[in-house]
Design a binder for this molecule. Structure first.
Ligand SMILES: NC(=O)c1ccc[n+]([C@@H]2O[C@H](COP(=O)([O-])OP(=O)(O)OC[C@H]3O[C@@H](n4cnc5c(N)ncnc54)[C@H](O)[C@@H]3O)[C@@H](O)[C@H]2O)c1
Length: 248
């Protein structure tokens, strides 16, 4: 029970990596706020699953691009689950498009969720952590923030931005608050499907030393570690469960 008696928020937790992280946090003893944006049934299913295994969780709706919605959510979590000890900013979107066809609206959509959304989440959770003198923030970046990928410029720029934001906040809020990032490699979720990626890109994503896509649970295990006291000397780090896609 590495996270016993802690309250944790996971954004975008109705599906994929966020869902697996919420489940793993609850299994490690945390009370989990399962954030979602209009995915009531999926979020309720995550909460039901956690409760069926004896864990504590509640669903909270909020669009991570809305500062007001995030402030209301953090307030509601404090009242219903307790003040936040851990926040995982995982919600994200992706889009494949040649750069010369990428519009300002495309940029604003992807960067708005993937980078500004993380900024707004940090703005929402950090005041409470500062007031309590402790806390742990984990931002979900991507290996593509290191590598870049043709036809994914806004996504790669946003994820590289998440790494810079993480390191800046780690310096500003240490030692009381630990701020770290996880930059996963390709993971079997809806994001890594034909819905968002052409066959060539999917093939490229699979051509990594591990020879396979990761499972959401493999990223969740990294988040449990970073959120726990076992990671007490980790500040501003970018951990890379990525199957060897990026080394360094
Ligand atoms: N799957 C991969 O290969 C991979 C690799 C590296 C990084 N990531 C990152 O992992 C994170 C989770 O992605 P995933 O792979 O689990 O895909 P996913 O699509 O299952 O999860 C993304 C979640 O974010 C939610 N979301 C989107 N916009 C939102 C908003 N405005 N407010 C609140 N929630 C919102 C979605 O509803 C969804 O539940 C993302 O940040 C993604 O960029 C994924």
């Amino acid at each position: 029970m590495m996270l016993a008696d802690r309250t944790a928020l996971v954004t975008g937790a109705a599906t994929g990596i966020g869902r697996a992280t919420a489940i793993a946090f609850a299994a490690a003893g945390a009370r989990v706020a399962v954030n979602h944006h209009g995915q009531h049934a999926d979020a309720a299913a995550v909460v039901d699953l956690i409760r069926a295994h004896g864990g504590a969780a509640m669903a909270f709706e909020a669009d991570v691009t809305s500062a007001d919605a995030l402030a209301a959510m953090v307030d509601a979590i404090g009242k219903q689950l307790g003040p936040l000890d851990i926040a995982v900013h995982n919600a994200g979107v992706i889009q494949e498009k040649p750069f010369l066809e990428t519009t300002e609206a495309d940029w604003d959509f992807v960067v708005g969720v993937d980078l500004k959304g993380v900024f707004l989440c940090c703005r929402a959770v950090l005041p409470g952590m500062v007031a309590r003198g402790r806390g742990c923030v984990i931002n979900i970046a991507s290996e593509l923030g290191h590598l870049g990928r043709a036809r994914y410029a806004p996504y790669c720029a946003a994820k590289a931005g998440v790494i810079g934001l993480t390191r800046s906040l780690a310096r500003e809020f240490a030692p009381a608050i630990r701020v770290n990032a996880i930059a996963p490699g390709p993971v079997e979720t809806r994001m890594l499907s034909a819905e968002f990626m052409s066959p060539e890109v999917l093939e490229m994503e699979r051509a990594i030393p591990a020879g396979r896509f990761g499972r959401p649970e493999e990223i969740a295990a990294t988040a449990v570690f970073l959120a726990s006291d076992a990671a007490s000397f980790f500040h501003g780090q970018v951990l890379g469960p990525n199957g060897g896609a990026h080394m360094g």
